[in-house]
Design a protein around this ligand. Structure first.
Ligand SMILES: Nc1ncnc2c1ncn2[C@@H]1O[C@H](COP(=O)(O)OP(=O)(O)OP(=O)(O)O)[C@@H](O)[C@H]1O
Length: 617
C-alpha cells in the first residue's frame, strides 16, 4: 500500500465522528490492506507491538529538527516549535510546511518516489536499531530523508507516528472491533482457514451464518491479550479466522498483559467464591518472568514449538518493559532454581537487612535503573514473591484453575512461591490480613481458587484488600516552571485521568482552581483533574523535571504542555465536582506521593473511577 493512500484513509477517519462509521472505515481499510500487520500498527501510532521492547527513541526535538530541515533552509527547529505552540499538535504543523523545495532536487533523479507503508516501516525499524555515539544525528538524517518524500497528508501522519500519537480517533477498542468486523463477523470464507494472503480485493459483506458480533470481538480480545500485537492478530484473523485466534497461545519470551484486581472485602470474597484463596499483597512492583533454561531441556513439553531456543530469565514490568538488567539478583535466583521453561507472575519487593519489606517507592529505585546497578543491588536488595504460573514445561496454564497453577508454581520455584491459605471463614481472612500488615505488607489478595488467568482483565476474580487510604494514579499533562531557587525545575504539575469519548468534558476554562493559568484541558483521551505542587522535595522535583522534559510538546511563558507519558500517584483530602477541569472534578489538597514507574498512561485512573470515589466520600 502506498503511504499516501494510508495517509488519505487516516485523514478520512480523523474527520469521521460517529463510532460505528469509524469502525466500519477501519474494517474496510484492514480488509483492503496488503501490509496488514503494519497498517494495523500504524493506525494505533505504533511501529512495534506492545510486547516488543524496541522503540524509535526519537524525541520531539529530533523530530522538529528533521521537519525543519525538510522544510527548507529558511526554517529552523525553533520555527517548528513556535508553530507547535500555536497549533498544539505536531501533525498539523508538519502538514503546514511545504517540503516541495526538496522535491526539485529529487526531480533530477527521476521524480519523487512514492513511499510505501512497507518501506516506511522498514526505514523506521532501521532507525530504531541505530545506537551509540552519533545515533541522534543519524536518526535526524533518516527522518529528514523520509519527510523529504512526503506530501502534506503523509507528513502529518509520519510526524504523529514518530512521536507515537496518531490522534485520528481510532483507539485500541476500535481496531479490535474492526478486526472482528473485517475478518470474522461476515463469513466470506475468511474464517475458514483460507490462508492465501488477501490482495485487497476481498469484499466482506456476506451475512449468512453470521457470527455473533460480540463473540467475535471477545475472540479477538483474547488473542490480543495473549499476544499484545494488533498487527499479528489482524493477520491471524484474516488467514486463519476463528480457529486461528482460538489456537493462538502463549510464547515464552513474549510478555502478556497482567491480570488485575478490584478492591473488595473479605465478605465480598466469601460471598462470591465460597472458598477464598488468601495471599499476601506484597508492596512492590509487578514482574513477569520468562525463562527457557539451556542444556537441551527446552522442548520437554508436547508442544515444543513455543520454545526452541534457550534464553536466560527475562523480566518484564507491568508495562511490558524489559527490566532484566536492573535486577540481576532476581535473574540469578531464577536461573539457579528453575529447570523447565516457564512464564511466572509475581511481585518484586525491596527488603532491608533483616529481609523485612521496604515501602513500594524503594523498589522503584531499582526497577528501571540503567546505571549503578551493582551498587544499588547492595543498597536496596530485592526479593521475588511469585504468585502465579502461566506456563510450565510445555503446558499452557491460562485456563487452568488458580489452585492448579499454584501447584505448578510450587513445583517449579518452591523457594519464591507465595503462600496461599484457603478458607471460607471471614474471620480467618481478617486474621491473615492482620498478620500480613503486621509483617509490613500492604494487605491481602483474595482470589477465586477456581478462576482462570485472564490477561489484562480487571475482574472480580481477584480482590485486593488493603487498609491504606485511596490515592489516584494520574497522568502529568502539563507543568509550570518553578520560581526563585527552583526556577530551573518544574514546580506545578497539571494532572489528568483517562477519559473515553463519552467522558464528561465540562468547563475547560483557562484558569485553574488555584489561580494559575495552565490550560485546563487535557490531550486526547485525558481529562484534567487538578494541579499538584505540594509534597515535592527538591530531589523529587529534579527527578520529575528530568522525566518530563523529553515529553514537552509546547511551551508558552512559564507553562508547558506535556505528552501524557508519566504517571504519578497523588493523595488528596477530597474529590469535588468542579467546572475548572475537563474531568468535571477537582482534587482538594492534592499531594504528591510518588512516580508510578510501573504504569503507563493507559493504566492511569479513569474519570469513571474518580466519579465512583467522589460518590463514595
Ligand atoms: N499475591 C498477589 N497477587 C496478585 N497481585 C499482587 C499480589 N501481591 C501484590 N500484588 C500487586 O497488587 C496488584 C493488584 O492490584 P491492581 O491489579 O489493582 O494493581 P494496581 O493498580 O497497581 O493496584 P495497587 O496500587 O493497589 O497495587 C498487582 O498488580 C500486583 O502488582
Amino acid at each position: 500500500m502506498e503511504f499516501a493512500a494510508f495517509a488519505d484513509r487516516a485523514e478520512r477517519l480523523e474527520a469521521e465522528s460517529a463510532d460505528l462509521a469509524t469502525t466500519a472505515g477501519v474494517a474496510d481499510l484492514l480488509s483492503a490492506a496488503d501490509d496488514l500487520a503494519t497498517v494495523t500498527r500504524f493506525l494505533l501510532g505504533r511501529v512495534f507491538p506492545a510486547h516488543d521492547t524496541r522503540t524509535l527513541d526519537v524525541g520531539p526535538a529530533s523530530c522538529h529538527e528533521a521537519i525543519a530541515r525538510a522544510a527548507g533552509p529558511n526554517v529552523t527547529a525553533e520555527d517548528v516549535e513556535t508553530r507547535l505552540a500555536d497549533r498544539g499538535e505536531i501533525g498539523a504543523v508538519a502538514a503546514g510546511f511545504d517540503f516541495g523545495g526538496q522535491r526539485g532536487l529529487s526531480a533530477f533523479a527521476g521524480g519523487r518516489k512514492p513511499l510505501t507503508v512497507a518501506e516506511l516501516d522498514r526505514s523506521l525499524r532501521e532507525l530504531a536499531a541505530v545506537e551509540g555515539a552519533g545515533s541522534e544525528s543519524t536518526k535526524v538524517d533518516s527522518l529528514f530523508g523520509l519527510f523529504n518524500r512526503c506530501e502534506p497528508a503523509e507528513a502529518k501522519v509520519l510526524a504523529r507516528l514518530v512521536l507515537g500519537e496518531m490522534r485520528i480517533g481510532v483507539g485500541e477498542g476500535t481496531v479490535r472491533d474492526a478486526i472482528a468486523e473485517a475478518f470474522l463477523v461476515a463469513d466470506g470464507g475468511a474464517g475458514g482457514g483460507d490462508d492465501s494472503v488477501n490482495d485487497g480485493s476481498d469484499d466482506d459483506s456476506v451475512n449468512d451464518g453470521e457470527k455473533n458480533g460480540s463473540d467475535a470481538v471477545a475472540l479477538v480480545e483474547r488473542a490480543l491479550q495473549v499476544t499484545n500485537d494488533y498487527g499479528h492478530v489482524a493477520v491471524l484473523a484474516r488467514r486463519a479466522g476463528e480457529e486461528g485466534l482460538r489456537a493462538e497461545g502463549l510464547e515464552v519470551g513474549r510478555p502478556v498483559q497482567a491480570m488485575l484486581a478490584q478492591a473488595g472485602t473479605a465478605s465480598d470474597a466469601v460471598e462470591s467464591f465460597g472458598e477464598v484463596a488468601v495471599e499476601t499483597k506484597f508492596d512492590g512492583a509487578r514482574v513477569q518472568i520468562h525463562y527457557v533454561p539451556g542444556g537441551g531441556c527446552g522442548g520437554a513439553g508436547d508442544d515444543g514449538a513455543h520454545e526452541d531456543a534457550a534464553f536466560g530469565p527475562r523480566l518484564y514490568s507491568r508495562n511490558m518493559d524489559d527490566v532484566t538488567d536492573a535486577l540481576p539478583e532476581i535473574v540469578e535466583f531464577v536461573a539457579s532454581r528453575v529447570d523447565v521453561p516457564v512464564i511466572l507472575d509475581g511481585e518484586i519487593v525491596a527488603v532491608d537487612d533483616e529481609g523485612s519489606p521496604l515501602p513500594f517507592q524503594e523498589v522503584l529505585r531499582r526497577f528501571r535503573r540503567k546505571h549503578d546497578v551493582d551498587r544499588m543491588r547492595e543498597t536496596i536488595p530485592c526479593r521475588l514473591h511469585a504468585f502465579d504460573c502461566l506456563y510450565a514445561d510445555g503446558d499452557e496454564l491460562l485456563d487452568e484453575p488458580l489452585s492448579t497453577r499454584h501447584e505448578r508454581l510450587v513445583e517449579v520455584l518452591p523457594d519464591a512461591a507465595a503462600d496461599v491459605r484457603t478458607t471460607t471463614d471471614i474471620e480467618a481472612v481478617e486474621s491473615i490480613e492482620a498478620d500480613a500488615l503486621e509483617a509490613g505488607h500492604e494487605g491481602v489478595m483474595l482470589k477465586d481458587p477456581e478462576s482462570a488467568y485472564t490477561p489484562g482483565d480487571r475482574g472480580r476474580e481477584w480482590l485486593k484488600r488493603k487498609p491504606a487510604v485511596e490515592t489516584l494514579d494520574a497522568v502529568v499533562v502539563g507543568a509550570e516552571w518553578g520560581e526563585g531557587r527552583r526556577a530551573e525545575l518544574f514546580g506545578t504539575f497539571l494532572l489528568a485521568v483517562r477519559s473515553d469519548e463519552t467522558a464528561v468534558a465540562t468547563g475547560t476554562g483557562p484558569t485553574g482552581t488555584n489561580g494559575t493559568n495552565v490550560a485546563a484541558d487535557g490531550p486526547d483521551g485525558y481529562a484534567t483533574i487538578g494541579k499538584v505542587a505540594t509534597g515535592l522535595t527538591d530531589e523529587a522535583l529534579a527527578d520529575l523535571t528530568e522525566r518530563l522534559e523529553p515529553h514537552v510538546v509546547s511551551e508558552s511563558g512559564a507553562e508547558l504542555r506535556l505528552r501524557p507519558e508519566v504517571v504519578i500517584e497523588v493523595g488528596y483530602e477530597e474529590i469535588q465536582t468542579s467546572p475548572s477541569y475537563g474531568s468535571g472534578f477537582a482534587l482538594r489538597f492534592p499531594r504528591f506521593v510518588g512516580v508510578r514507574e510501573d504504569k503507563s498512561a493507559a493504566e492511569a485512573d479513569s474519570v469513571e473511577r474518580v466519579a465512583r470515589l467522589a460518590e463514595s466520600e
